[in-house]
Ligand binder design. Structure first.
Ligand SMILES: [Zn+2]
Length: 289
């Protein structure tokens, strides 16, 4: 018995420091299912994890989850509710059967082995720009089919695939109290600024960003009472349309690159997060059944 105990201590001593230095993305990337815990986003969008995440059903009445092999259709229960609601709205738009849903989070959130810096706490959702014309795609088809880009001139403008329905779906998402912000390419925001009639308050949450022309990215607020979940500062006041126009102007007429200070220290390459970087509770999320 004493020997067994001593052996266990020795093993723990060996594993402990190794796990502590292992990139957290390897530990979280190895988990196949969510933790058996009360649902809770822990930490911030780009540095955290999620307890008790649920899986978005692969196919619902108004959505399909895409690229199932990635196993990133896991989120906080409120995220799944939101997807049900927004896809129900989308399914009422002409030409749309609902929504194709891209990455949410890994089963326990956390950093990922590839792609995304955010999407770590089960509250970020990538939604394809491609209007779903059918919701009976097989698993194999969902690996192969691609979304459609909506941009022209490197994102300064929308192209002819952009429709009023895109506008209405993004507007519905931005008008939802659960939504903190939505990332989309600059040309789309400027187009929505031009096409918006009446109330413009929802435009505040539409944020111009790089990429995001094959999908838009919805970020939800921390759910009510979610202690340990860290909200981002809200977007600046106003509709943000002048700022989006500035992005577009910079795409069309790129400002000259800033001269580099030869004495400036070299920027450090981004270090992988280890468990020490994440909220303390994320260790329990990993260890839970
Ligand atoms: Zn995203």
């Amino acid at each position: 018995m004493r020997l067994l105990f001593a052996t266990l201590v020795a093993i723990a001593g060996l594993i402990g420091p190794v796990a502590a230095e292992t990139p957290a993305k390897q530990l979280f990337g190895a988990k196949a299912v969510g933790s058996q815990q009360r649902p809770a986003p822990l930490g911030s969008y780009a540095k955290g994890c999620v307890a008790g995440a649920v899986q978005l059903p692969e196919t619902g009445p108004t959505w399909q989850a895409m690229r199932l092999s990635r196993n990133r259709n896991w989120g906080h229960p409120e995220t799944v509710d939101f997807i049900r609601d927004l896809s129900t709205f989308a399914a009422r738009q002409p030409g749309w059967k609902g929504l194709y849903i891209g990455d949410i989070s890994q089963p326990r959130g956390g950093p990922m082995l590839s792609g995304h810096r955010s999407h770590q706490i089960g509250l970020d959702i990538d939604i394809w720009m491609r209007p779903p014309d059918r919701l009976n795609l097989s698993r194999g088809q969902r690996e192969k089919i691609s979304s459609i880009s909506m941009r022209r001139a490197k994102g300064a403008f929308v192209n002819s695939d952009w429709t009023r329905q895109h506008h209405e779906i993004l507007k519905a998402a931005a008008s939802d109290k659960r939504v903190a912000r939505i990332f989309v390419f600059p040309g789309a925001k400027v187009q929505m600024c031009k096409d918006a009639k009446g109330d413009r308050r929802w435009l505040r949450k539409i944020r111009p960003w790089w990429g995001h022309h094959y999908h838009f990215h919805v970020r939800l607020n921390c759910p009510r009472g979610a202690r340990g979940c860290v909200d981002q500062n809200p977007p600046p006041r106003g509709d943000g349309c002048a700022d989006a126009q500035k992005w577009v102007d910079d795409i069309l007429n790129p400002p000259p690159p800033k001269p580099r200070d030869p004495n400036a220290p070299k920027p450090k390459p981004r270090r992988d997060y280890t468990m020490k970087d994440l909220p303390r509770q994320c260790a329990a999320v990993l260890q839970s059944d």
